[in-house]
Each structure stands twice: as C-alpha cells, then as structure tokens.
Design a protein around this ligand. Structure first.
Ligand SMILES: Nc1ncnc2c1ncn2[C@@H]1O[C@H](COP(=O)(O)OP(=O)(O)OP(=O)(O)O)[C@@H](O)[C@H]1O
Length: 303
C-alpha cells in the first residue's frame, strides 16, 4: 500500500504500542511490565491513583526517560515506524511527531499568546529559512512558510477560543485560558500523538467542559496538513475521562490493572478496589464515586 493511501481508516495497526514497559528508579519500580495500545483518532486515557506511574510512562514515551525494559513503537499512517525508547526527546518531538503538555503550565509567560504559537513552529521555520539564509534575505519560500505558520497559529487560536487574546502576554491570561493555550501550542507542531498530563487540573466545571470539547475536536478532526492525531490523556477528573475517552488504561502501583472502554473499566472490581484501597467500606470522593458508579463518597488512595 502506498504512503498516500495508507491512512488510519484503512490501517488497523495502532498509533502507539507500549510493550512490556518497565521503568525502575533504583529499587522503585514506577512502571512494571505495562503493555497497551493507543490508536489514531481516539482518546486513550491513562488513569490511576497518585503515584501509579502515569507521568513516568509519559516521560518514557516522550524521551525524558529511557525505559529500563520495553518497546515503545509509534507508527505513522504511511507505515513509518519509530522505536521511541531508542530516540532522544528532541527527535521524538520533531521526527516522530509526539507533543506533550505538563502538569504545571510551561508557557513563555512574557511573550504574547500568538508568539507562543509561532515559536512552537520554530523547527519548521528554521528548515524553511535554510537555517537563517533564506530568512535573512526574505526569500519567497521563507515568507510563504512564515505565512503558513501564522495561519496555523490563528487556526488553533480560534479552536481554543483565544483569538481575542492574541496580543496578551501569555502569563497574564486566566489559568483556564493558559491551559487551552498550551494545547494550541502543542497542536501547532502538528503532532500525530498528543500527550496531555492532567489538562483539567484546576479548571472549573465550565472550563472542563470547554476542554472536553477541544479534545474531542482534536480527536475527530484532521489537522490542516491532513494528519489525524491520537490523544493520550492523564487525568484525575473522572467526569472528563468517562465522557470523552474511547479507551481507558488503569495503572496501580506501576502495573496495568484494567484496559478497555470507559464502561467496562468503571465497573471493573480491580479498578474500584484500586481507588478504595483494601478497605472496600471506605468512602470514595463523590465525583469519583459517581463516575465509577460506586455508591459511597472519601479519600482517594494516596491523595
Ligand atoms: N525521577 C524519579 N526518581 C525517582 N523516583 C521517581 C522519579 N519519577 C517518579 N518517581 C516515582 O515513581 C512513582 C510513580 O510516579 P509518577 O509521577 O509516575 O506517578 P503518577 O501516577 O503520575 O502520580 P500523580 O497522579 O500523583 O501525578 C512514584 O513513587 C514516584 O515517586
């Protein structure tokens, strides 16, 4: 099958395959023989109590850590494969097309909202500038690339409802808007895999609703360049997870304890036990209880 015709619709191979991932820090096993797949055009949520190993797994996928054991394969729709565990982080971002956001917001606070989205396209612009020459001379190829970068920035500004804030300093945006800008910035790199680490943290219910809308848009739409993006989502807000995820993977103490669609996962006794701990008579936080269909309300393990 040619590169052009090989799309996610016809190719049932997963976008990301995590196989037997183990990550040790000395004696601590943060990820223990974890395997699962994430598909293009789907939202795969990674959930589990605090300390379960979710961020560590993200750090392995994005090249911040080199796994102790395991294979992480990313497949583009044209059939090209990348073994992420062998690649440095900058190549995972640039060549494999993996973008991420962090638990704590990492914007360029002193730059404008629009500038944050242009800077995200730095690699593309550097290539178009012939690493400065064409840019300095103002050659048409570079000007075309600059216009394209601006159009893409405007496209994502509009999608995350920040057009009217384009000239604001990013650091002065309200918190929820900064979270949306981070997602727009990641999307300006035109990723095939978008990894979001707790994007709903600190958002109010209206903002969480807006976030859910943005994430389903990203899942369902193709980027302006025709690529489809798969989303890997770490999230504690179960109302967001259960509403928008196609597939949920649950970790506990570094191991995968459940994997399936939201309904099967929320009714899985192993998941309920992980959130309740050994004492099944204990109370869950009301929002988790509601979303896991458990009657009782208290402490999330380790929270
Ligand atoms: N660089 C590191 N060095 C040593 N231990 C680490 C390191 N990174 C993570 N850990 C440990 O690995 C375990 C898993 O941590 P991780 O941050 O992946 O969990 P998590 O599921 O993302 O938790 P949370 O939901 O609280 O963010 C924890 O015990 C943590 O202390």
């Amino acid at each position: 099958m040619s590169a052009v015709t090989s799309t996610a619709m016809t190719d049932d191979k997963p976008l990301l395959s995590v196989e037997h991932l183990t990550m040790r820090f000395g004696g601590l096993v943060a990820n223990n023989d974890v395997s699962f797949v994430a598909r293009a055009g789907e939202i795969t949520a990674l959930i589990g109590p605090n300390g379960a190993g979710k961020t560590t797994l993200f750090n392995c996928v994005t090249g911040f850590y080199t796994p102790t054991v395991g294979r992480l394969t990313l497949r583009h729709s044209d059939g090209k494969e990348f073994l992420l565990e062998r690649m440095p982080g900058y190549r995972i971002a640039q060549q494999a097309g993996v973008a991420r956001t962090f638990q704590n917001i990492r914007l360029f606070g002193g730059m404008s909202v629009l500038e944050n989205l242009i800077v995200a396209q730095h690699n593309k612009l550097m290539r178009a500038s012939g690493f400065a020459i064409a840019g300095l001379l103002g050659l048409p190829t570079y000007r075309a690339a600059e216009n394209e970068a601006l159009e893409l920035a405007k496209y994502w500004l509009d999608r995350v409802k920040l057009t009217e804030f384009a000239d604001w300093e990013a650091g002065n945006l309200p918190y929820g808007a900064q979270r949306r800008l981070e997602i727009a910035r990641a999307m300006c790199t035109e990723p095939v895999l978008l990894c979001l680490d707790e994007p709903a943290a600190g958002l109010n219910p209206r903002e969480s609703g807006d976030l859910a809308e943005i994430l389903t848009f990203i899942r369902d739409a193709r980027n302006p360049n025709g690529r489809q993006t798969g989303v890997l989502l770490i999230e504690h807000d179960m109302s967001v997870v259960m509403r928008i995820s196609d597939h949920v993977v649950v970790l506990d103490y570094g191991r995968k304890i459940s994997d399936g669609d939201p309904n099967s996962v929320k009714n899985d006794p192993a998941v309920i036990r992980a959130y309740l701990g050994e004492d099944e008579d204990a109370d869950l936080p009301p929002e988790i209880a509601a979303d896991l269909s458990v009657s009782a309300p208290a402490a999330q393990k380790g929270a």
